[in-house]
Unconditional design. Structure first.
Length: 195
């Protein structure tokens, strides 16, 4: 009887562990796939996804890395226009998009190349509201965001009928594990729910 009871406990544990391992492997594959295709300047517009601006208008490290990647890409591809996307959180003194514009202007990027989308509060809204600011005939864009975030951003771009190539920004080491774990859950939610 004890042996039977042990199997009653072990079989569900094995199923749960196997399922967890399968989900881990699937989301690992998705995170890796997010890094391709790399942008080459073909798309006229690049969407730069916002991240937290700390009190005193100090960019979070994630936002700083995204801006560094955007600046490098814009400098290498002077014909590309940047859509700076991000609203103002309750604990932020400024819209993320406005902060990004100010930063890029200070770095010498021309104002006429910068489009501000300052209403969004999620990745889906980043893309949807950015789409509203672009010509209707745009069907492909470049997405600039943190490396861990790219696959989900591409999934959501597909939902609004955009193809996308990518520019990856590095993830701050201090929060990398936490962000990647959270992103795995968000990927599954997006896959199931669609947003």
């Amino acid at each position: 009887m004890k042996k039977k009871m042990r199997w009653i406990v072990l079989i569900p544990l094995f199923v749960i562990a196997s399922g967890g391992f399968g989900v881990w492997m699937l989301t690992s594959k998705w995170l890796a796939e997010g890094l391709e295709p790399k942008a080459d300047g073909t798309n006229e517009y690049a969407i730069v996804l916002g991240a937290k601006v700390k009190k005193g208008n100090i960019p979070s490290l994630a936002l700083r890395y995204r801006l560094d990647s955007a600046l490098k890409y814009a400098t290498e591809n002077p014909h590309v226009k940047l859509v700076l996307s991000g609203g103002q959180g309750q604990d932020e003194d400024i819209e993320e998009a406005v902060f990004m514009k100010n930063f890029l202007l200070e770095q010498g990027i021309a104002d006429k190349r910068l489009i501000v989308e300052n209403r969004s509060t999620s990745t889906y809204e980043n893309l949807l509201f950015s789409q509203e600011l672009l010509p209707e005939n745009v069907t492909s864009v470049t997405i600039i965001t943190s490396d861990y975030h790219l696959h989900r951003a591409k999934m959501l771009a597909k939902k609004i009928d955009w193809d996308a190539d990518v520019v990856s920004a590095k993830t701050p080491k201090s929060v990398e594990m936490k962000l990647r774990m959270r992103e795995r859950a968000a990927l599954l939610k997006t896959y199931i729910v669609g947003k």
